[in-house]
Write a new protein. Structure first.
Length: 254
């Protein structure tokens, strides 16, 4: 067996290193509570999270910023939903800048949004196997770099709060696609580039298309627009970050 090439790990962060979904679940349920309190209307369905996410995902799927769409749209959408409007119709209306008749005053909307943003800033918990996986990667002199479609400064804050800086070479904010992954693979020359992420459509498929090894750690949350993407592009499906790193190590021994 010849000498192994240096390994570069390009890892997603949200729902790969830490549980961002749990933060959003709590924040979105609190948002629904606030809209209900402001309108005096209560949701009849018992699945409150499904209700919120039906509007969230409909807006995100149609908006050019996807999940970065303005949160005010979701407040308007939930109010309309409590009146019986359908998610797809609501998404079309709010994205065009129109609003349904609202019973919520502007100061109340501002307070609801302020509380929502505070809830979203809660530091997410690390997912199982992350500290161990990063330690293993460092011991083997792997370069581990975070690539994210979120805001890099937020990811750096979370990294600092969890004391992970010593295990990572940096954070890059990118728009994930085959061309971007191809540029990254070329940047690292003869290194073996492994992409680890939770989204088949945003992490695995484009990385695999660019010639990177791709390891999927499936998350609880899959965006509406990515649910049809097959997991078959993944070279390996791991249950934790540690098992992803272990697979990379074991692969190099064969």
């Amino acid at each position: 067996m010849g000498e192994r090439r240096h390994v570069v790990i390009l890892t997603d962060a949200d729902n790969t290193l830490w549980d961002t979904d749990d933060v959003f679940v709590r924040a979105q349920l609190r948002l629904l509570d606030s809209v209900e309190a402001a309108t005096g209307k209560r949701l009849g369905s018992s699945n409150r999270l499904e209700f919120v996410r039906s509007f969230d995902q409909s807006i995100a799927a149609a908006h050019h910023l996807h999940l970065r769409y303005p949160a005010r749209m979701l407040v308007c959408g939930l109010e309309a939903g409590l009146k019986g409007e359908e998610p797809a119709e609501v998404a079309e209306v709010v994205i065009k800048g129109r609003v349904f008749s609202s019973a919520i005053s502007e100061p109340t909307i501002e307070k609801i949004l302020a509380d929502y943003f505070i809830a979203l800033k809660r530091t997410p918990k690390l997912l199982p196997g992350v500290p161990e996986g990063l330690s293993e990667a460092k011991a083997l002199a792997f370069d581990v770099h975070v690539i994210t479609e979120g805001r890099a400064e937020i990811q750096r804050r979370i990294i600092e709060e969890h004391g992970l800086s010593a295990f990572l070479t940096g954070v890059s904010e990118i728009t994930k696609g085959p061309e971007q992954f191809l540029r990254l693979r070329r940047r690292y020359g003869n290194c073996e580039v492994v992409v680890i992420g939770d989204q088949p459509s945003r992490d695995i498929a484009p990385a695999h298309a660019a010639g990177c090894l791709a390891v999927l750690i499936p998350s609880k949350f899959q965006p509406l627009w990515g649910r049809e993407t097959s997991k078959s592009d993944a070279d390996y499906i791991a249950d934790t970050f540690l098992s992803a790193i272990t697979w990379v190590v074991d692969r190099g021994r064969t």
